[in-house]
Each structure stands twice: as structure tokens, then as C-alpha cells.
Design a protein around this ligand. Structure first.
Ligand SMILES: Nc1ncnc2c1ncn2[C@@H]1O[C@H](COP(=O)(O)OP(=O)(O)OP(=O)(O)O)[C@@H](O)[C@H]1O
Ligand SMILES: CC(C)(CO)[C@@H](O)C(=O)NCCC(=O)O
Ligand SMILES: [K+]
Length: 275
């Protein structure tokens, strides 16, 4: 039986995410077997990807496929330029020593989703990957809200028929922190580490604590307000939470499902059949 394992690569504005998925022909969401997020400056993690490749084959994969895309086409081009020229002779595992060069998704119009917005070709691919994945997780006839808390945070609406309908874009938590520092005379830079503590005290008794409070609770409030407004329109949607900051936000949204690999999974579902 054909066992196709997939490597999905999402190149974002701050980080590149890699995920290893076992055979997904049944198209039901499963968490990746391996997940790795690296800063954009990091070199292609060839050693690790090689280990994943070996792991897939040792677990019975007889075909490997790779797929790449995301919100940052330039970072994606750098990554592809660094791709090792090996193991490309055929899709047969016996001849493969590394992942084949990724199939690249560059246009949202090629994805398996209806895009109901003013200019479908301009929607960030990361938003669409989330929506493609969300369509396999929401119940039939149930809409979905997709919150992706990354460099920017997006809060998108997929209607009960599975169409991507747009949503809201706001600065991510860290972007907010950087902007406060850069555009004021006196505010310090709140580090990524400081920002990764969930649930800060609401009353900050010093500048840093006050900034941490505003950044965190302001974000929680924005997500709550926008998703409440969206939810009021129809039957109750499912709320899916992803992105680098999703983990610290999840505790404030007990009704949400945290799906760190949502976009990677959406990419795999978007892989054209003949590739
Ligand atoms: N360990 C971590 N390393 C890097 N960023 C982290 C970490 N933990 C949380 N973050 C937050 O996650 C954000 C990056 O998230 P993510 O990787 O989802 O974004 P991205 O995909 O690069 O951006 P976008 O989706 O907006 O293009 C950072 O801005 C940071 O605030
Ligand atoms: C909004 C971001 C930055 C979120 O990663 C990305 O999806 C993007 O650059 N989008 C392009 C514009 C749009 O989606 O309408
Ligand atoms: K993203």
C-alpha cells in the first residue's frame, strides 16, 4: 500500500515552521509527528530534516513529498535556494536520500477553498491554509473562526459552507511591543521572553509590567471582541487558535481548540494530487 509521508514548510514573517506528517490520504486532522519553528535567519536545518526523512522511511513510508508556502515569499525563496540537490531522481523511497524539492504554493487561487473577498488573489496564503484546514475540523454546517497569533494576528471567518470570508488583521503581541519602544521616547523594549508569560497582573506597578499587561490583555480583548461580533451573526462557530503566541492566549479562551500546526495541515490538504 502507498504510504506517503509529507514535510510541510510555512514561511512566515518571523519564523519558518516545519512539520512532518504521516500518511494523510484519509484527510482527517492529526498533529504532526515532528514540529520545528526557527527564526528566519536560521539556515535550512538539513540535518534535522534528514533525520525526519530517515524516520519516515523506517516507519513504512514509501513515498515522500514536500510542500511549502506561507505569508513571506522572499523568505521562501531563500529557503528553496538552500535546498540540497539530492534524492530528486524519483519519488521511490529506495532512491531517496532527502526530501524532494518542495512543491510551492504561491497562489491562493490554487487552493481547495472558495475565497469570498474583494481581491481573492491578495489574501495571505497563511490565512487561507488555516481556512482549508479549518474546513476539515469544523462540523458540517458549522462556521469557524480562525485566530492566528503570529507577527500579525489574524481573526478570520469561514462560513458554514466552508467559504473564506475575510476577517481582521491587527499587530501581533511582539509587534505591539516593538512599536511601543520604537515610536516613544521613554518606553523600553519588552522582550519576547517577558511576553511569553501568560496572564500578567492587570495593574502593572511599573512601566514594564504595565506594558506587559496592556499588550497581553489588549490582545485577549481584541480577539474576544472580534470573535464575539463574528459569532453573533450565525450559529455558534468553532474557534481555532494557532500561531506563535497561541499558547499563551489559549488559557483565556477555554472554548477554543489550540491547533499549533493548523496552517501546515492546510498546506498538505492543498497539495495537488498529481505532485
Ligand atoms: N519561542 C518563540 N520564538 C519565537 N516567537 C515566539 C516564541 N513564542 C512566542 N512567539 C511569538 O510568536 C510570534 C511569531 O509567531 P509565528 O511563527 O506564528 O508568526 P509568523 O508565521 O512568522 O508570522 P505571520 O504569520 O504573521 O507571518 C512572534 O512574534 C512572538 O511574539
Ligand atoms: C496578514 C499577514 C501578515 C498575516 O501573516 C499575511 O497573511 C499577509 O501578509 N496577508 C496579505 C494581505 C491579506 O491577507 O489581505
Ligand atoms: K502565520
Amino acid at each position: 500500500m502507498m504510504q506517503t509521508w509529507s514535510l510541510a514548510i510555512d514561511s512566515g514573517n518571523s519564523r519558518v515552521k516545519f512539520g512532518l506528517f504521516r500518511d494523510q490520504s484519509h484527510a482527517q486532522f492529526e498533529e504532526p509527528i515532528e514540529f520545528l519553528a526557527l527564526d528566519l535567519q536560521s539556515p535550512l536545518p538539513v540535518e534535522i530534516l534528514n533525520q525526519w526523512c530517515q524516520r519516515a522511511m523506517a516507519s513504512g513510508a514509501n513515498k515522500l513529498q514536500s510542500i511549502a508556502g506561507g505569508s513571506n515569499p522572499r523568505a521562501l525563496d531563500c529557503l528553496l535556494a538552500a535546498w540540497p540537490e539530492v534524492g530528486m531522481r524519483s519519488g521511490e523511497a529506495a532512491k531517496q536520500s532527502f526530501w524532494p524539492r518542495p512543491h510551492v504554493l504561491r497562489s491562493g487561487l490554487d487552493l481547495p477553498i472558495v475565497i469570498d473577498v474583494d481581491a481573492p488573489e491578495r489574501v495571505g496564503l497563511d490565512r487561507l491554509f488555516n481556512a482549508v484546514a479549518g474546513n476539515t475540523i469544523r462540523l458540517p454546517d458549522q462556521p469557524a473562526i480562525l485566530v492566528d497569533a503570529g507577527t500579525a494576528t489574524t481573526i478570520d471567518w469561514v462560513d458554514a459552507t466552508g467559504r473564506f470570508c475575510g476577517g481582521a488583521i491587527l499587530p501581533g503581541i511582539e509587534l505591539g511591543a516593538r512599536a511601543l519602544h520604537q515610536y516613544t521616547a521613554l518606553l523600553p523594549l519588552i522582550s519576547r521572553q517577558e511576553l511569553s508569560a501568560p496572564h500578567p497582573h492587570v495593574i502593572g506597578r511599573n512601566t514594564r509590567a504595565a506594558m506587559s499587561s496592556g499588550l497581553f490583555w489588549g490582545h485577549v480583548g481584541a480577539i474576544r471582541e472580534i470573535s464575539t461580533r463574528l459569532s453573533a451573526r450565525t450559529q455558534p462557530p468553532v474557534l481555532l487558535l494557532t500561531g506563535g503566541s497561541a499558547g499563551i492566549l489559549a488559557g483565556e479562551f477555554p472554548q477554543a481548540r489550540l491547533v499549533p500546526a493548523l496552517g501546515l495541515w492546510g498546506m498538505i490538504l492543498s497539495m495537488p494530487a498529481e505532485s
